[in-house]
Design a binder for this molecule. Structure first.
Ligand SMILES: [Zn+2]
Length: 333
């Protein structure tokens, strides 16, 4: 349905300022900041059949319904970013290909995993990706690294992740702190991570990033610990402009932006995740940086604003709402 709506939107706005491009499977969204061309590739939606937040259903209902969104089943998008930086073509996170097969214990369903087909039909073949940067080790961010046979999808790419985050998920035994997720599911998540990065490790294509590291001249990792033990947001610079790819520091406007303290059931540490979330949101809102929210409704590119009550809100980038430091770009169908 979403792709149909966006197809119609693209047809309506088929002039110079069209914002989205429909491919055979899924939409993409192109924009620029500084001298960098960015593309958001929709990997598809995933669903939770029940409330995934650590607050009462009624609070989640109220917040979602006030934004005309359905709260249950809870749907979240997977927005993968591709940037053409001076250092090469960089992708941030990798979607959730084949997740039903690799995560049979996870409740809910997923229609994600469209990344590779959409990249190909958008003229960005997987072999053109030079680097894949990972915000954290969760399966919905890493499973797209490998195909059905467990082989590398991005043959040329080097995969970069926080050294500590890699060591946590790659360990023989993985235990979460506050999470209410049963251990067999945690074990399955750890296996999904190991299976996804091992082919790159074997091929000499896994690079571990030190805390606050700048693995490429335009890229910096920002510690935002809590959702996972060593989750990072990723900052990109160009010509004095800046974009922050938030990963899962927050989920979306309807939940953790407007309610910073809400925990997500899979958080490793609820309190630490909320502190990291607040610090990053304050910084991004204060600096007016462009942000990418991985699980926001597609395309998930926009600006964070402050609310009078101390929480935050979201102004998504679209045709009618162009923001300083970012320009949408038309694409041919
Ligand atoms: Zn996620």
């Amino acid at each position: 349905m979403l792709s149909t709506i966006l197809c119609l939107a693209a047809l309506c706005f088929s002039g110079a300022n069209a914002l989205s491009v429909c491919t055979a499977n899924s939409p993409t969204f192109r924009f620029e900041f500084g001298k960098v061309k960015g593309t958001i590739v929709y990997d598809g939606p995933s669903f939770f059949s029940s409330n995934p937040f650590t607050v009462a259903d009624s609070l989640v209902n109220d917040s979602y319904n006030s934004l005309f969104r359905e709260s249950f089943p809870f749907e979240f998008s997977l927005n993968v970013a591709v940037f053409d930086l001076p250092e090469g073509r960089v992708m941030i996170d990798a979607g959730a290909f084949n997740s039903a097969e690799r995560l049979p214990l996870i409740p809910g369903t997923s229609d994600a995993g469209r990344l590779v087909e959409t990249l190909k039909s958008s003229g960005m073949h997987p072999s053109s990706i030079d680097y894949v940067l990972l915000t954290h080790g969760h399966a919905d961010h890493v499973l797209g690294l490998i195909d059905e046979d467990g082989k590398r999808v991005f043959r040329k790419a080097e995969v970069l992740i926080s050294k500590e985050e890699h060591m946590f998920w790659f360990a023989d035994s993985v235990k979460l702190n506050d999470s209410v997720i049963p251990q067999p599911i945690v074990d399955q998540l750890a296996r999904a991570y190991s299976d996804s990065v091992r082919p790159y490790l074997k091929g000499g294509k896994l690079r571990l990033v030190e805390e606050r590291g700048c693995p490429l001249p335009s890229v910096r990792f920002i510690p935002t610990y809590g959702h996972t033990p060593f989750h990072n947001a990723i900052e990109l610079h160009s010509e004095g402009e800046r974009m922050v790819v938030a990963g899962d520091a927050w989920v979306s406007r309807a939940d953790q932006l407007r309610n910073v303290e809400w925990g997500f059931v899979i958080d490793n540490e609820f309190g630490r995740a909320a502190s990291s979330r607040r610090a990053l949101l304050e910084e991004v809102a204060g600096s007016r940086a462009l942000a990418l929210s991985y699980h926001e409704q597609f395309p998930g590119v926009g600006h964070v604003t402050r609310n009078a009550d101390g929480d935050f809100d979201w102004v998504g980038l679209n045709v009618g709402n162009l923001q300083r430091g970012a320009r949408t770009k038309c694409d041919k169908q």
